[in-house]
Design a binder for this molecule. Structure first.
Ligand code: ATP
Length: 243
């Protein structure tokens, strides 16, 4: 059996008095793609933010390779190897593509690998190499998403968390992004993927969790959930993204 990388146990998370997550537990094995799906407002982003240390859980435990992340701040969690690509990409739009990539490698554990990380990112995204001196803000939406993922790869993630990477992209780019995620998986990157494109996400995920109003409704192998009648009816319409 593969080694467990991330373990999340019994999380309760609140915004003020409003509870957003109830007793949420998930685990991510090394080198797997784990998908987190669910409707708008189900709590997917809240869970990623809690793992990143941006929000503190009121109850529960998060650990990476058996070591607790409790009481660590977001920078310390990045230093441990959890890299979060948030929804909306958050690039430095006035900086060039190359400058954005360099910033991705600022974490101490990634710095020694700068040259090889850059080569890897440029081979994954030849387009970024061609545009390395262009301002990030002048890239198209799809190119910006690739840069955001490329910047995260520069940090040599042990766990790469992607929040809605295909959101707002046209069908061809959505396909490109999913192919890219599969390539990263083949290269042994461990990925926790939040997606509104439930059909595609379940196709590539070894393990998946369905969140509903802050609780885990169901979990299983991606291919099992893909054929589950309730999932198909609720989350996968004819166009694959019905909520
Ligand atoms: P989406 O696909 O729309 O991003 P999501 O599954 O990621 O949805 P969250 O953004 O985690 O859901 O939201 C979970 C719940 O927490 C929602 O009820 C939302 O309104 C609430 N929430 C999220 N952020 C905040 C905040 N900063 N303050 C108060 N409530 C919040």
């Amino acid at each position: 059996m593969a080694n467990q990388l991330l373990e999340v146990k019994g999380l309760d998370v609140f915004y003020g008095d409003a509870q957003a997550l109830w007793d949420v537990s998930i685990h991510v094995e090394e080198e797997a793609i784990v998908a987190l799906v669910g409707a708008n407002g189900a709590g997917k982003t809240t869970l990623l933010k809690t793992i990143s240390g941006l929000i503190h859980a009121r109850r529960g435990e998060i650990s990476l390779s058996g070591k607790s992340l409790s009481n660590l701040n977001p920078k310390e969690i990045v230093d441990r190897g959890i890299i979060h690509v948030p929804e909306g990409r958050r690039l430095f739009s006035d900086l060039t593509v190359l400058e954005n990539l360099k910033l991705g490698a600022y974490v101490p554990r990634a710095r020694p690998f700068f040259a090889e990380s850059l080569e890897r990112v440029f081979s994954l995204f030849p387009l970024l190499k061609n545009r390395k001196d262009q301002k990030a803000g002048s890239l198209s939406g799809g190119e910006q998403q690739m840069l955001a993922i490329g910047r995260a790869m520069m940090a040599q993630p042990k766990l790469l968390m992607l929040d809605e990477p295909s959101l707002g992209l046209g069908p061809i780019l959505v396909k490109t992004i999913f192919e890219l995620i599969s390539t990263l998986h083949k290269q042994k990157t461990t990925i926790l993927l939040v997606e509104q494109n439930v059909n595609q996400a379940l196709k590539i995920a070894q393990q998946a969790y369905v969140l509903k109003t802050g609780k885990i409704l169901m979990s299983g192998r991606g291919e099992e959930l893909l054929v589950n009648e309730e999932i198909r009816k609720t989350y996968i319409g004819e166009r694959g993204i019905k909520r």
